[in-house]
Design a binder for this molecule. Sequence first.
Ligand code: ZN
Length: 114
Amino acid sequence: MPFCPKCRCEYRAGFTECADCGVGLVDTLPPAPQPGDLDKAVFKPVRSYPSRIHAEMVQEALTNEGIPAIIRGSEIFGTGTGLTEPSPPKLILCVPEEQMEEAALIADGIVDPL
Ligand SMILES: [Zn+2]
């Protein structure tokens, strides 16, 4: 079956162009892009903190030690279903998987984890 590579619509055999997009159809769709997959594959959560001040303090210390750290907010983890009370704000510090142990040691030396 031909597919439109732009809007991913499936067409019947015989069509060569997407009616909506005006682009040529392809036989197989490229894999759907997965935003954030790269980050998830590389960075793992190592500690969480109740405030940005704490998280950034640890992040800075890790960066000084040559460990790239990113901070993620708890709001991305599917709150807002309406089934549960909103959880308190939480910031999750993520580092490359292979540096998790080292990062945890450094982090715990600076701020108590949540
Ligand atoms: Zn299309």
